[in-house]
Design a protein around this ligand. Structure first.
Ligand SMILES: NC(=O)c1ccc[n+]([C@@H]2O[C@H](COP(=O)([O-])OP(=O)(O)OC[C@H]3O[C@@H](n4cnc5c(N)ncnc54)[C@H](O)[C@@H]3O)[C@@H](O)[C@H]2O)c1
Length: 347
């Protein structure tokens, strides 16, 4: 008898992380279902690309609609649900906190409830964010020529760092993060939280306030002036998308991560500041990129670097693609998709 394929449901499956996840799992023999409200610029392009390349079942649903979400989850009863849908920018959360709350807090709660009531064997991976640690203001920071650094012994942030939900986005993601954990404690669901730092890669239709690595690369590629908010010395650790989707597959196979929380990023080796990225792009594009500085944005951390030792230790996972290799892949993708990507630059 033919073995039936394992079912994966990806919310936000037409977004950057979601569509890469769908492609990767499909190549590994999974049956793919995706939910997306297509609110993100570029999502329709990603969906078309998915439909061209893999078998995919698409549901145009907003996660804030419990009745529709629960119907789909009840029908599919996925083995794995990776929750990537959500409002993704701090700036938009400040101008429209209700939309942010509905999308991130209510959206995640609806999915957890649907799993609890109709599909309690589903493994649930919730995509959280380093923003749950706020401005990491307990740590002293020093200022170098082109970047900030953590003073003292600890050079990165681990999962025991105190939560400090900062900005409506930080709050709505923090609620989702904690509910995910608690639904495992209270209802014994198989949930895991990954707190991501900066993920970048192909199929990321970067915008000014989300996906800065790809956004700056796109600006540089098309010779446009780059806007920097703050002094440009802000540091993040960068993780290439292929390394992340490989981790998702690893987590899907393991029973060791129930009720766990992991910080995920490129770690210290793959950290860089905005000014350092611009320098790298100058070299890769063989031009001097122009940029202009603007005021800091609310909730922007001067420095955040993930301590990835817990995930390394427990799951033997570590990033394999360094920033130079990752940027080359992104530049190649921009080159092949110039027309589509150029649309993003239009206001
Ligand atoms: N990319 C990163 O660097 C990063 C870092 C930390 C956390 N995250 C988190 O990862 C997740 C995915 O981010 P991404 O970079 O792929 O963003 P993205 O904007 O490319 O993808 C999100 C997708 O969700 C859809 N969506 C938004 N609100 C929805 C709703 N209410 N109902 C249904 N669909 C909805 C959008 O149309 C989009 O296709 C988000 O939760 C984000 O907060 C991303």
């Amino acid at each position: 008898m033919k073995k039936s394929k394992k079912k994966l449901l990806v919310t936000g499956g037409a977004g950057f992380i979601g569509s890469n996840t769908a492609l990767y799992f499909s190549k590994h023999g999974w049956n793919i279902h995706i939910i997306d409200n297509l609110s993100r610029k570029g999502s329709k392009d990603n969906l078309l690309n998915l439909k061209k390349n893999i078998d995919v079942n698409f549901y145009k649903i907003d996660t804030s609609n419990f009745s529709k979400i629960s119907k789909v989850i009840k029908k599919i009863k996925p083995k794995l649900l990776i929750h990537c849908a959500g409002q993704v920018t701090v700036t938009k959360s400040v101008t429209n906190p209700r939309n942010d709350f509905n999308s991130n807090a209510i959206g995640t709660f609806n999915i957890l409830e649907a799993i609890r009531l109709f599909s309690n064997k589903t493994k649930f991976i919730n995509i959280s964010t380093n923003k749950v640690y706020g401005n990491v203001s307990n740590k002293k920071v020093f200022q170098g020529k082109n970047r900030y650094g953590f003073a003292g012994k600890m050079k990165s942030i681990n999962e025991n760092y105190p939560l400090d939900l900062y900005s409506p986005y930080g709050c709505s993601k923090g609620i989702a993060d904690q509910y995910t954990r608690d639904y495992s404690r209270i209802y014994d669901l198989d949930t895991v939280v990954v707190r991501l730092s900066c993920i970048y890669g192909t199929m990321q239709y970067g915008i000014e306030d989300h996906g800065w690595i790809v956004w700056l690369t796109i600006k540089s590629y098309f010779g446009k002036k780059i806007k920097i908010f703050g002094d440009g010395k802000q540091v993040r650790d960068a993780l290439y998308i292929d390394d992340l989707v490989k981790l998702f597959l690893k987590l899907s196979k393991s029973k060791k991560n129930k009720n766990k929380i992991y910080n995920i990023g490129g770690g210290i080796k793959n950290s860089m500041s905005l000014l350092e990225l611009i320098e790298i792009l100058d070299k890769k594009m063989n031009k001097k990129n122009k940029f202009k500085k603007f005021n800091w944005r609310p909730g922007d951390q001067k420095i955040y670097i993930s301590d990835i030792s817990k995930i390394k230790k427990e799951h033997h996972w570590s990033p394999k693609i360094n920033v130079h290799q990752g940027l080359d892949k992104v530049i190649n993708w921009i080159h092949k998709n110039e027309l589509n990507i150029k649309k993003l630059l239009k206001p």
